[in-house]
Design a protein around this ligand. Sequence first.
Ligand SMILES: C[S@@+](CC[C@H](N)C(=O)[O-])C[C@H]1O[C@@H](n2cnc3c(N)ncnc32)[C@H](O)[C@@H]1O
Length: 204
Amino acid sequence: MNTRLDRAPTQGTLIHRFQSVTEPLDWVRLFPAAQPVELEIGSGDGGFLYRLACADPGRNFVGVERLLGRARKLDRRARAAGLANLRLLRIEAGYLLRYLVPAESLQVVHINFPDPWPKARHARHRLVSQGFPATLHRLLAPGGVVYLRTDYGPYALQMREVFGECAQFAAVETPAALAGILTEFEAAFNAQGKATFHAAYQRD
Ligand SMILES: C[S@@+](CC[C@H](N)C(=O)[O-])C[C@H]1O[C@@H](n2cnc3c(N)ncnc32)[C@H](O)[C@@H]1O
């Protein structure tokens, strides 16, 4: 299968131009090849997704990032490498998951170092909270997996708690090869000697 850009990328950028923010996305129309889709929420500077996309041309990778500067950084890098299996969505992740991702259309979701909201009065803003497993259960294909990472201990406990309470997900191991692919934030935490937590859950 040809995974290089033999078609022009969308107007010279891999950042998707939404035609509608009310109609669900059709992944098949975003990519040259119909393949399993992996989504990273809060892809940041994008080194993690870039490496996944380079390593696995048989899958399509989507980064969701609300900061344009970060999305552009990954866009430039992926286009320079000629990657055809990577796209970026510059949008608020909660809205995307609620309204635009088709049911059972994702094979994998990655959530790496989501904003920790450490103050007690802000903890309600955390992405991975009560109700989140149900959202992911609707969007993941049967057998699909969510991979989670955080540097913030209380958030790691919260992640384990909310998925532990959801009978539709079972804890699984993060494959060593995947765990070895660091994100930019993780590399910085490692350099400071700070521990990071990895967890993974598979839907029924
Ligand atoms: C702490 S950084 C981690 C970035 C990257 N995952 C890493 O590990 O290097 C969190 C990222 O998520 C993005 N983000 C936070 N909330 C978001 C939201 N609601 N929708 C989209 N992106 C969001 C931020 O802009 C930021 O780039």
